[in-house]
Design a protein around this ligand. Structure first.
Ligand SMILES: [Zn+2]
Length: 461
């Protein structure tokens, strides 16, 4: 137990010296969360304790009701549950309001998956890296509240999309890297239709510059080859990946029959079918990650979900993003391929379950605010879909949003509630291990030790 190693004598000395420090330095933002249920997201164990936060870190954890201070912000955690802050590993930030929306839902870290637009559009691309970097600095200097940000900057793409960087030739790859390095990105995002020679060059330059490259998969390549090149994470479900949802040939046959595959279709996808089991091994061998973005895939089936469409949080989002959602829903409504979307959705749920069983690293990512995603709220939905549709345990789902992102980024002092760890925390009224929907029951959110959201008693979940 975390509290056990602190002997009483040491605690008294430590407390006296802390009192001295806090009285004399008058530091603001020191918080005591007392008598709360602390969840260890690695093991699922729950233990009671007092959590003392000083500046931006967890200073100490002790047995319940053993810390009493006058100069601290006191939060009664009795019957509440404390977890480390959540991460959304696939977002596109188009407006500064997203930053506070993330925090309101306990999302204290995000991986922005890039783009470069100067004004909000349909929600599927991010604002340019210059703006995101400006916000990053403001947050570091405590002038702005928001989640920890890792950014992709402008995407590398073979599609000719106007706000992406072209990578058809070796020279274009060199230029794209130069641009991204100038923009001080944290990693490289690849999109689709990238020629194989360019892919190889991207892998080489990424290694040379000590940057990860992540993103979509370019057809017609085999996913196992792309993973062997070193792509660190794969986003969304696409053709080179979907056939890995099962290792049962009969189940695969049912899928293809139900989706109306012709002989030509079967021939076209045959290389990916043959690669399907290699994909599983390649993910493991290369320690690559998969971000299933279930929430955005599920949005294809939601054109009649009035509660979701009229969610009150949409009022906080730019009008163009809401309009983008309406157009997306209209397209889905008019689509004759609802059955196909449903089949792919079912395949995705099985794929997520299979990857989880195979211990392949999963990352929770919502793709908000693309196609109707709501910053913060959609990450909760991603976790709920992982449990209720893909049949992960609540603990397994929470790990994809807490432990796995910290491992992915190599963050040594995030993702756990322990002495010396970063005080990005979420206090819940109900236990999320009993029901993942309790992730909605937020009482308080702490970013670097500062209370950034506090729900009053009579407010709803
Ligand atoms: Zn995206």
């Amino acid at each position: 137990m975390v509290g056990d190693y602190l002997k009483m004598g040491n605690i008294r000395v430590l407390f006296l010296s802390l009192l001295f420090v806090s009285c004399h330095l008058q530091r603001k933002g020191d918080v005591l969360i007392s008598n709360t249920n602390i969840i260890d997201i690695e093991t699922g164990k729950v233990f009671k304790g007092d959590v003392l936060v000083k500046d931006s870190v967890i200073l100490t954890i002790s047995k319940p009701n053993t810390i009493s201070f006058h100069d601290l912000q006191f939060i009664d955690g009795t019957d509440h549950y404390l977890i480390p802050g959540l991460w959304d590993m696939h977002v596109h930030i188009q407006d500064s309001t997203y930053l506070s929306m993330f925090l309101d839902y306990g999302v204290t870290g995000v991986r922005d998956m890039g783009g470069c637009v100067n004004i909000p559009t349909d929600g599927c691309e991010s604002v340019c890296p210059e703006i995101l970097n400006r916000w990053k600095v403001a947050m570091e200097e405590d002038l702005m509240n928001g989640p920890t940000l890792f950014i992709a900057g402008t995407q590398l793409s073979g599609t000719g999309w106007p706000t992406s960087l072209p990578v058809a030739t070796r020279e274009e790859v060199t230029n794209a890297f130069r641009q991204n390095l100038q923009d001080q990105v944290d990693f490289i995002k690849v999109y689709e239709e990238i020629p194989w020679e360019s892919y190889q060059e991207i892998a080489r330059l990424a290694k040379q510059h000590h940057l990860d490259f992540v993103g979509h998969v370019s057809e017609p390549f085999l996913l196992s080859d792309i993973l062997d090149l070193g792509q660190k994470s794969i986003e969304h479900i696409r053709e080179p990946l979907v056939y890995s949802f099962t290792d049962d040939p009969a189940e695969l046959e049912d899928f293809m029959v139900a989706d109306g595959y012709t002989e030509d279709d079967r021939q076209f996808v045959q290389p990916w079918i043959e690669d399907a089991n290699n994909v599983i091994e390649s993910f493991k061998k290369n320690q690559a990650w998969f971000t299933p973005t279930m929430a955005v895939q599920y949005a294809r089936l939601r054109f009649q979900d009035t509660q979701w469409i009229a969610h009150p949080e949409r009022k906080r989002m730019p009008a163009s993003v809401n309009e983008g959602m309406n157009q997306h829903l209209m397209r889905m409504k008019n689509s004759r391929d609802y059955e196909g979307d449903l089949l792919w959705w079912q395949a995705l749920t099985k794929l997520v379950k299979r990857f989880s069983n195979e211990n392949i690293g999963l990352l929770a990512g919502s793709d908000a605010a693309c196609e109707g995603g709501i910053p913060g709220y959609s990450l909760h939905e991603e976790l709920i879909l992982m449990v209720e549709e893909a049949r992960l345990s609540p603990l397994g789902a929470l790990q994809t949003a807490i432990i796995n992102p910290c491992t992915y980024f190599g963050l040594k002092y995030n993702g756990k509630i322990q002495d010396g760890y970063c005080a990005d925390l979420v206090l819940l009224k109900e236990n999320p291990l009993e029901n993942i929907r309790n992730i909605h029951s937020i009482k308080a959110v702490f970013k670097k030790g500062k209370v950034v959201r506090f729900a009053q008693e009579n407010s709803s979940n």
